[in-house]
Design a protein around this ligand. Structure first.
Ligand code: SAH
Ligand code: SF4
Length: 393
């Protein structure tokens, strides 16, 4: 057969034509916004400047209306308003816990829902954001794992959760009066809500780049922690392309137990995961990795487990975060007793690792770690279905 004629590849990054309907500017990277403005008729020479101006209005001042962008010409503002929108997901409900934790039920395009949780603490405030509706993984102790993946969130929907929280906290500073990190209500982000962030890499990366951009939300990369169940091939890329802090859902000290708790372990086992983690601090220039360890009664909480844990991670700069299991209706595990958790923490501490026991927050509103689950009825999966899937591997 004759080889077909060579195809000339179109290498232009600038879209020639915008899609039908208004385009949302939230979630575009700076480069993406520049290309989009040019495609809509902004002269190329001006585009970079316009991006900076619009960017500051959106991410520094919290403005959603082009008409308020007073350093842009009136006619240009009208043009922008015709083609673009500045949209964040809709907050369907907000629950406030006795301890001040706020849980937002957030509706994204298509009517699906995710949860975002704000946790105020002494001198800081952490926003726990979701990266997917549901999760493809089926960790047996996690409520989100009982829900099928519905879809990945877009970068705009991910950074939009930060903007929603800032709206609610009233934290859009007056021009020139950006609060310092120490005094911010929303000072830290953890990607520990619904979903596996490393299975939605590009959107998470772009959203976090926006959150870190010094001319906007301006959070330091050290104040952003991405939690993964152990998607090994994406770990080095996380260091190189995002450079944030890393937390890993470790939860067990033998492959046999980890296979049951975190089934992704069957694909990338403990030894493979530890190899990837060993390189992370150097690649990302961060000090240490957080090992998350959920305390499940009689499953992974013995003294022997604690000793095995410290032996496994020897040589990796680490902090071990012990999470008392948060129960949810129908959960197949129980939380370890307090004395057991303390004994475990003591062994870890004596081996030279910080071993804070995480205080469950917002339990009364089902906002604690691992309790999140959207109400999307048709996405529900029964425990029996999950057990069958785990058994099939
Ligand atoms: N998918 C990512 C991030 C979301 S889960 C991950 O698995 O790392 C955030 C953290 O909550 C993980 O460490 C997870 O293992 C933990 N978690 C899940 N369910 C929990 C529960 N019921 N109680 C306590 N921690 C839980
Ligand atoms: Fe998904 Fe993380 Fe829950 Fe596992 S613990 S099912 S990876 S959200």
């Amino acid at each position: 057969m004759e080889p077909s004629a060579p195809v000339t590849q179109d290498v232009l990054t600038i879209p020639r034509k915008l899609p039908e309907g208004p385009v949302n500017l939230v979630g575009l990277t700076r480069e993406g916004m520049r290309a989009t403005l040019i495609a809509a008729g902004t002269p190329e020479k001006q585009a970079r400047m316009r991006v900076t101006q619009i960017w500051q209005w959106i991410y520094q001042k919290g403005v959603r209306d082009f008409d308020a962008m007073t350093n842009l010409a009136k006619a240009y503002r009208a043009e922008l308003a015709e083609r673009f929108v500045i949209e964040v997901p809709e907050v369907v409900s907000r629950h406030i816990s006795e301890d001040g934790t706020r849980k937002y039920l957030v509706r994204i395009a298509g009517g699906h829902e995710v949860e975002t949780v704000y946790i105020p603490e002494e001198g800081r405030g952490t926003l726990c954001i979701s990266s997917q509706v549901g999760c493809t993984l089926t960790c047996s102790f996690c409520h989100t794992g009982t829900q099928k993946l519905v879809r990945n969130l877009t970068a705009g929907e991910i950074v939009g959760q930060v903007m929603i929280a800032r709206d609610d906290l009233g934290e859009w500073p007056e021009p020139g009066r950006a609060p310092k990190d120490e005094t911010r209500l929303l000072s830290n982000i953890v990607l520990m809500g619904m979903g596996e962030p490393l299975y939605n890499f590009e959107a998470v990366r772009d959203a976090m780049k926006i959150a870190m951009d010094g001319e906007g939300i301006s959070l330091s990369r050290r104040r952003i922690t991405l939690s993964t169940s152990g998607v090994v091939p994406e770990i080095a890329r996380t260091a190189e392309e995002i450079g944030c802090m890393l937390a890993v859902s470790f939860h067990a000290t033998t492959d046999e137990v980890r296979d049951r708790l975190v089934p992704i372990n069957k694909k990338w086992n403990i030894a493979t995961l530890l190899d990837a983690l060993r390189d992370y601090p150097r690649l990302s220039n961060s000090e240490r990795i957080t090992f998350e360890y959920v305390m499940l009664k009689g499953i992974n909480d013995s003294d022997e487990d604690a000793r095995r844990l410290v032996n496994l991670i020897r040589g990796i700069p680490a902090k071990i975060n012990l999470i008392p299991f948060n129960e949810w209706p129908g959960a197949p595990y129980e939380r370890s007793d307090e004395a057991r958790i303390r004994a475990f923490a003591d062994i870890v501490y004596k081996a030279g690792y910080a071993s804070p026991i995480r205080t469950p927050r917002g339990e009364d509103i089902m906002a604690a770690c691992g309790q999140l689950k959207s109400a999307t009825e048709r996405a529900r999966k029964s425990r029996a279905e999950i057990a069958a899937e785990v058994a099939r591997g």
